[in-house]
Design a protein around this ligand. Structure first.
Ligand code: IPE
Ligand code: IPE
Ligand code: MG
Length: 252
């Protein structure tokens, strides 16, 4: 499998609420069980040599949930960051958070800043947590940045390219996600990485996130290893030059 290992895996961790409901537990118990699963996943990715893991922790639409659940999710996020960051640092993991963090309570903004600061120079797995993140927000903020530069005369609107937008998106500079996994049975993107998933292989599983273990992850990796990624080309073209690498948006 190692010859077809994804460089970047992006995951929607869904199904915590249903997992808890099945057990007559409060939804927050599902979220807590979900956090537990992240630890083993990070460990596995680091061991395998996967370069980037990007996890959807809280969407820009999740604010629509009952206020008490939102509060609990935020508190859980703070606790998880404070408890796990040292271990992540010891494992050489570099942690980054994407999304509009400016609306989070100060204690969460501080926990994020501390974790990013501590792990910023690490060269191991690049773990990105998407929090108050939405794919439309991401494209909008990148478009706004370009518009501002055009307004002050720093760039010509007619010269704007996809690469220039890409450079202003979250995840700029990282390889594009190779494998997307959604746990929890739904087959939708839910406003996750809309721009970045253009050529990502999609894997949907009914497994609820708190049940998503290393064996489930290996199944997704095996599924990925069996796909032929054509990027618009023909199968014959790829057979003629199997080593042909996908160059997209100027990223490596
Ligand atoms: C995913 O699980 C976690 C977050 C969205 C924060 P859900 O809470 O959406 O679980 P279900 O979909 O209700 O089962
Ligand atoms: C997506 O799950 C967001 C996260 C897992 C953080 P949702 O549960 O919010 O997605 P929908 O509402 O079912 O589309
Ligand atoms: Mg859900």
């Amino acid at each position: 499998m190692s010859n077809r290992l994804p460089r970047h895996v992006a995951i929607i961790m869904d199904g915590n609420g249903r997992w808890a409901k099945q057990r007559q537990l409060p939804r927050v118990a599902g979220h807590k069980a979900g956090v537990e699963k992240v630890r083993a996943l990070v460990e596995r990715c680091a061991t395998l040599g996967i370069e980037c893991l990007t996890l959807f922790a809280f969407s820009s639409e999740n604010w629509r949930r009952p206020a008490a659940e939102v509060r609990l999710l935020i508190d859980l996020f703070v606790v998880a960051l404070n408890e796990e960051t040292r271990q992540l640092h010891a494992r050489e993991v570099k942690l980054t958070v994407i999304g509009d963090r400016s609306v989070f309570p100060q204690k969460l903004q501080n926990a994020i800043a501390d974790a990013e600061h501590l792990t910023g120079d690490n060269r191991g797995l690049h773990l990105t947590l998407a929090a108050n993140y939405g794919g439309r927000w991401d494209i909008t903020q990148a478009a706004r940045a370009l518009a501002q530069e055009a307004c002050v005369g720093k760039l010509d609107p007619a010269a704007i390219t996809a690469e220039m937008l890409d450079e202003r998106m979250s995840l700029a500079g990282l390889p594009e996600p190779d494998l997307f996994i959604r746990a929890g049975g739904e087959q939708r993107i839910s406003n996750y990485l809309l721009w970045q998933l253009a050529y990502t292989e999609l894997h949907f599983t009914d497994c609820l996130w708190p049940d998503f273990d290393v064996a489930q992850f290996e199944m997704a990796l095996a599924h990925y290893a069996g796909r032929q990624r054509r990027f618009g080309m023909t199968a014959e073209q790829l057979q003629d030059s199997p080593g042909r690498r996908h160059q997209h948006l100027g990223r490596e």
